[in-house]
Design a protein around this ligand. Structure first.
Ligand code: BGC
Length: 563
């Protein structure tokens, strides 16, 4: 009842994201020295298929990624995640790495077919899979690292794809809810941060529109919208289940992780470019965030897809419609917004005539451009544009939600085995600094997750792109991990909680001196230590100075005699 009241109030108070965003105010300001609020959470992330390996071990069922990666021609060099980093066997070592970094949280995902091999709870629960995640969670908690658990990082049980067509089918909403419910039942006494879906944009567009990702379908112009519709409903159902059944006992939070690039108008004084950039973001982030915060798709999506569907002679829009009941069911079902962000594009208006064919991309009527001066060290699509991060965070204001940055990082090409990843340190330094500026702007960010702990299986790119803070030698069957220079760098940011200004450093030093001098007094009470201090602090410097003076006098004396 109270929750419903709060949701209604939030609805009344909330303003649409980007509504009052000032496009002209793009301060590309210099580096900002300062620290994050106390309690800010620093972490790293991973996902099951990218790191676990053990693809057919201990009763695990097949996922759509196991099947997709085994098909020839789908993945760069036909690589698979069969063994990947062997994280399933090496999680204890990995937690030690995290402990050394003094991380506050670790984001990982549960492989649905590892615990429900056929996808369905009614058929078989794989206790060995449950044990693996349970042990992982216990060890994290023993190590004072908060587990942040993603329920779906793309590895749908293959049986559900084959029998029902995966996310094309509405029945997935119920099956996902059963799986989530099992996770709450078995892990919910220890896990307090749940992420239902990771990057649903990618699941929908790359899985069902372009087919670059599993399940590899190319149902252009409709499949992605249908998949997204079911994902949004599935998220909402899980939120309601948790709310009704578990929240009062377990006191956890349910969020979703949305990934979006920033879109900057090519010409900010041109209204058509500004609208194109806004459309770019609404088709990316708003597609999911607007229904979950406000109960319906962004008006601009309904308008564009509806108009184009009409021009294509279709009787109804390719974008599915929420009924009034569904609108109120999905609205307000986010306890925190997870945000994944990597890069930026310039955007300009571009008309796609109706004869061009159905496609998510054509529906947006825009073109994406990049500045050739932007650094792009690794993945082809990933240009380093730090200021875009602050812009996105300021735009994503769906009633000032609590935000966790759930992914941010940069890759390098696989052949580059140089552990001195200075471009990654540069990327982290600048992106985290823009995050700090966003916090100062008033954006309610509670934590940051560097992507990723280890190099891993980079989806259709196989192992050819490395996002890890730790280098993994995939050619060695033990998959040893080696720290790149960015490990130490990130550790420094964590230990100083940002980028302390000179003034802050001075005041810390003062405090340290005060603490030290009181501890010195304690130490000085010990006569031996007192004596040693006198020797090192008074006797040694005095003797050295005398020696230097005497040698100088002696040297001058010699010189004068020669002259
Ligand atoms: C995905 C990660 C992936 C990263 C870089 C993200 O959207 O969630 O699994 O490694 O992109 O491609």
């Amino acid at each position: 009842m109270l929750r419903t009241g709060i949701r209604l109030l939030a609805l009344v108070l909330c303003v649409s994201a980007g509504g009052d965003f000032d496009w002209t105010k793009n301060e590309k300001t210099s580096f900002y020295y300062g620290t994050f609020p106390t309690g800010f959470s620093w972490g790293v992330g991973s996902s099951a298929y990218q790191t676990e390996g053990a693809w057919n071990t201990d009763g695990k069922g097949m996922s759509i990624w196991d099947v997709f990666a085994h098909k020839k021609g789908k993945i760069s060099s036909n690589e698979t995640g069969d063994s990947s980093c062997e994280g399933y066997y090496k999680f204890k070592d990995d937690i030690n790495l995290m402990k050394e970094m003094k991380l506050s949280h670790y984001r990982f995902s549960v492989s649905w077919p590892r615990i429900l091999p056929s996808g369905l709870r009614s058929e078989h629960v794989n206790e060995k899979g449950i044990r693996y995640y349970s042990d992982l969670i216990d060890l994290l908690l023993d190590s004072k690292i908060t587990p942040v658990v993603t329920l779906y990082h793309w590895d749908l049980p293959q049986v559900l794809q084959e029998k029902y067509g995966g996310w094309q089918n509405a029945s997935m909403v119920g099956y996902f809810n059963e799986f989530a419910n099992l996770c709450f039942e078995r892990f919910g006494n220890r896990v307090k941060h749940w992420i239902t879906f990771n990057n649903p944009w990618s699941i929908s567009v790359e899985g069902y529109e372009t087919g670059e990702h599993a399940p590899g379908l190319r149902t252009r112009g409709s499949g992605a919208y249908k998949a997204a519709h079911h994902i949004i409903k599935a998220h909402a159902k899980v939120w309601h289940t948790y709310d009704m059944k578990w929240r009062s006992k377990q006191k956890g939070l349910i969020g979703i992780s949305l990934t979006a690039d920033w879109g900057e108008p090519v010409d900010v004084s041109n209204q058509r470019d500004v609208e194109a950039a806004e459309r770019y973001i609404h088709f990316y982030l708003g597609w999911f965030a607007t229904p979950l915060f406000h109960g319906d798709y962004p008006a601009v999506m309904k308008e564009y897809i509806g108009r184009k569907s009409g021009q294509q002679g279709l009787g109804a829009s390719r974008l599915p419609v929420f009924s009034p009941q569904e609108k109120s069911y999905v609205r307000g079902t986010v306890d925190f917004l997870g945000l994944g962000h990597y890069t930026t594009r310039y955007v300009t208006q571009k008309n796609y005539p109706s004869g061009f064919g159905d496609s998510y991309f054509a529906d947006r009527d825009l073109a994406e451009l990049v500045d050739p001066k932007w650094p792009d060290p690794g993945s082809e699509w990933l240009y380093s544009v730090p200021w875009g991060f602050r812009r996105l965070l300021n735009f994503a204001q769906y009633g000032n939600p609590m935000i966790y940055v759930t992914e941010n990082g940069v890759s390098e090409k696989t052949l580059c085995t140089d552990l001195c990843d200075d471009w990654r340190m540069q990327y982290f330094r600048e992106y985290i600094n823009e995050l700090l500026k966003a916090v100062r702007d008033g954006v309610n960010v509670k934590g940051y997750t560097a992507w990723s702990l280890l190099d891993g299986f980079e989806w259709d790119e196989g192992f050819s792109e490395r996002f890890g803070l730790y280098f993994v030698d995939f050619r060695n069957k033990n998959k040893p991990r080696f720290p790149k220079a960015s490990v130490q760098f990130y550790k420094c940011i964590i230990s100083s909680n940002g980028f302390p200004s000179q003034r802050e450093v001075e005041s810390w030093k003062r405090k340290a001196v005060e603490t030290c001098s009181s501890s010195n007094q304690l130490l000085a009470a010990d006569p031996l230590i007192g004596h040693m201090e006198m020797v090192t602090e008074i006797v040694v410097p005095t003797v050295c100075t005398l020696c230097i003076l005497l040698s100088a006098v002696f040297f001058m004396f010699l010189l004068r005699r020669r002259l």
